[in-house]
Ligand binder design. Structure first.
Ligand code: ATP
Ligand code: MG
Length: 410
């Protein structure tokens, strides 16, 4: 269905006129051959970025230069983006980013890509063009470097992580032996990559349906500790139970929760990890909330748990409960105790996820109008009343609290 999309057909019409050519490449071709939904569509073309832009403009299509130095122009047709990139050949490389030149040579363009399964093209007739033996690897679900693995890794060390990322998503059986060996041999070079690129690959790896096998292989060949030394003492054994629990309870696969399951809940180390991998503010906040969340006694009453949520915030506690629930469920088979613990944790988790922080019904203005002068006493008075209010399970309403405030100010 993605291929029949009239907007894609417009892209083909634009590029294939007057001696040019465009072909879909990369993830879209790979996924559709594997029967996996296609999300974004990358297109390779023999035309230069300038020509693509001119033709688009003449056709009333929006053309955004999204990576001029890479030769990428994004065409937006009725809201759908197509990344159109001019064929390239590698001219030199520094191991961090390949330097490239534009070309009209499909074979050379295929050969500068990373894996055979990522170098398949689909032309405007829907025919697959395989220049590097990618179809056979699609069949075998084999992630194989194009050409000499060690040499391809030395051009761009990020390919080590991409190898495991694509294995996590699409691989089966054992990883390709030559690739695995070459990744392991070059592992110390991972530290030369920019943190953004490393974390972006890791996040994608962790988002795979089951990242467990890939992580095991990464640990096996000592790649994991290069990028996530936190896992060294902690281990990655929690992943299978977490993945099983996500499936059973229909949780959306969450890369952050998966990462939390394999690193120690130590605030200082997590802070350092966030800095090292350049987490976004939201990602750093997620780990901070988790580290700050107090352990939850699963036999706690619903009322006591409400009070804990008010004082601790629900986000970190929900993370804690999800991880505890996965562990308990992992041990629950044939174990009554863990089974009932799972039930209790599940209940608390539902409460945490549905929880909305109630608003404390009085404020500083109310305190001042009772005659207490503006200053530290205002805050102290409010804090005292709020704490009582929480201890009494949020029962007192505004009128009751104002009455209590008047008592206090006498
Ligand atoms: P998805 O978008 O589903 O994550 P994709 O295969 O489309 O997968 P992109 O990162 O969008 O991945 O890259 C598009 C294509 O560009 C890849 O399929 C591959 O052919 C090539 N490519 C991307 N990054 C590299 C790299 N570091 N080295 C070599 N080729 C690469
Ligand atoms: Mg893509």
């Amino acid at each position: 269905a993605w291929f029949q999309d009239l907007r894609l057909q417009r892209v083909f019409a634009l590029l294939n006129a007057d001696g040019g050519e465009g072909r879909v490449v990369g993830g879209a071709v790979r996924n559709s051959l594997m029967g996996i939904p296609v999300s974004d569509i990358d297109v390779a073309t023999t035309l230069t970025p300038d020509t693509v832009t001119q033709r688009a403009k003449a056709d009333g299509i929006k053309a955004i230069p999204t990576g001029v130095e890479h030769g990428t122009v994004t065409l937006v047709i009725e809201g759908k983006p197509f990344e159109v990139t001019t064929l390239r050949t590698d001219v030199e490389t520094d191991g961090r980013r390949a330097k490239v030149a534009f070309s009209t040579n499909w074979q050379a363009d295929a050969e500068r890509r990373d894996f055979t399964i990522n170098a398949l093209y689909m032309n405007s007739k829907g025919e697959v063009v395989d220049l590097v033996g990618g179809l056979a690897d699609i069949e075998k679900r084999n992630i194989r470097f194009i050409g000499d693995a060690a040499a391809r890794i030395a051009e761009d060390y990020l390919r080590i992580l991409r190898f495991f990322r694509f294995f996590a998503h699409y691989g089966s059986g054992r990883p390709d032996a030559e690739g695995l060996r070459a990744c392991s041999a070059a592992r110390s070079k991972l530290s030369t990559l920019s943190s953004e690129r490393v974390w972006s690959e890791l996040r994608k790896l962790l988002a795979a349906e089951d990242p467990g096998r890939a992580l095991l292989w990464m640990r096996q060949v000592a790649v994991l500790s290069e990028v996530l030394p936190e896992t060294e003492k902690w281990g990655i054994d929690a992943i299978p139970a977490l993945v099983a629990t996500e499936k059973a309870l229909s949780w959306r696969p969450d890369p952050l929760l998966r990462l939390a399951s394999i690193v120690p809940p130590d605030a200082e180390r997590l802070e350092r990890m966030a800095v090292r991998l350049r987490f976004s503010n939201a990602e750093a906040a997620y780990f901070r909330a988790w580290a700050a969340a107090r352990p939850v006694d699963d036999e706690m009453s619903a009322a006591a748990f409400d009070r804990l949520l008010y004082r601790n915030g629900a986000e970190g506690i929900a993370t804690r409960l999800k991880l505890a629930l996965a562990v308990a469920r992992g041990k629950a088979e044939g174990n009554m105790e863990e089974m009932s613990r799972s039930a209790r944790l599940g209940k608390l988790l539902a409460q945490a996820l549905a929880w909305r922080k109630p608003k404390f019904p009085i404020g500083g203005g109310d305190v001042i109008s009772t005659g207490i002068p503006a200053g530290p006493r205002v805050g102290e008075t409010l804090a005292k009343l709020e704490s009582q209010w929480v201890d009494e399970n949020f029962a007192a309403d505004r009128a009751a609290l104002l009455a209590r405030l008047n008592e206090l100010s006498k």
